[in-house]
Design a protein around this ligand. Structure first.
Ligand SMILES: [Mg+2]
Length: 191
């Protein structure tokens, strides 16, 4: 039976925070820059939560824009997981109505995967997960609680959680190394 890797999209396969900041700056030009995003409620004092969510949705509905590029390592990262027997579920916290632009973006950039899960609660997938890659600290904590290996890219909003049982790294090559060296990795090498 193949092992299951659940891989986030935003701030995992591409730098969502950059276009997000540009959207937020349209709402309030004083919005802090992403290097100051230390919590998940960064809109407080700058815009309403409704505006904040609308900005997220507008990017997701335009996911297939020419401006939105995956990280250079993303394709190779997913290919390596696949070659080593992982069943890849891309899981993004986004509206199911954004499926078409999301699928077009994945196809355009040749990002391989087996399933695409778009919902507002990806943790429903975690009981069957061997590996979860995500940048949201709460999500990684839930992955660890479910017994999965957790890892992600290091950002201001998760750096305070480093050392909480999951690995945070500078790029996806380092995430891949971490997965390979983990206990799940040992199982993968023995196959
Ligand atoms: Mg993310």
């Amino acid at each position: 039976m193949s092992k299951i890797a659940i891989i986030d999209i935003d701030n995992t396969l591409w730098q969502f925070s950059d276009p997000f900041y540009l959207e937020l700056k349209k709402i309030n030009r004083n919005f802090p820059t992403p290097d100051q995003w230390f919590t998940s409620d960064i809109w407080e004092g700058y815009c309403t939560e409704v505006d904040f969510i609308a900005a997220i949705n507008s990017i997701h509905h335009n996911q297939d824009s020419d401006r939105y590029k995956p990280y250079p390592e993303s394709q190779e990262f997913l290919l390596s997981l696949k070659e080593h027997g992982f069943h890849i579920i891309l899981a993004s916290h986004r509206m199911p109505t954004t499926r078409q632009p999301t699928e077009r973006w994945l196809a355009r950039h040749r990002l391989p995967y087996d399933e695409l899960h778009l919902s507002l609660d990806k943790t429903v997938l975690f009981p069957k997960a061997d590996v979860v890659v995500d940048d949201a600290p709460r999500t990684l904590e839930k992955a660890i609680e479910s017994g999965a290996l957790g890892a992600g890219l290091l950002f201001p909003w998760n750096m305070a959680y480093a050392g909480n049982g999951f690995g945070l790294f500078q790029n996806l090559n380092e995430v891949l190394d971490y997965i390979r060296k983990s206990s799940s990795g040992k199982r993968w090498q023995s196959q």
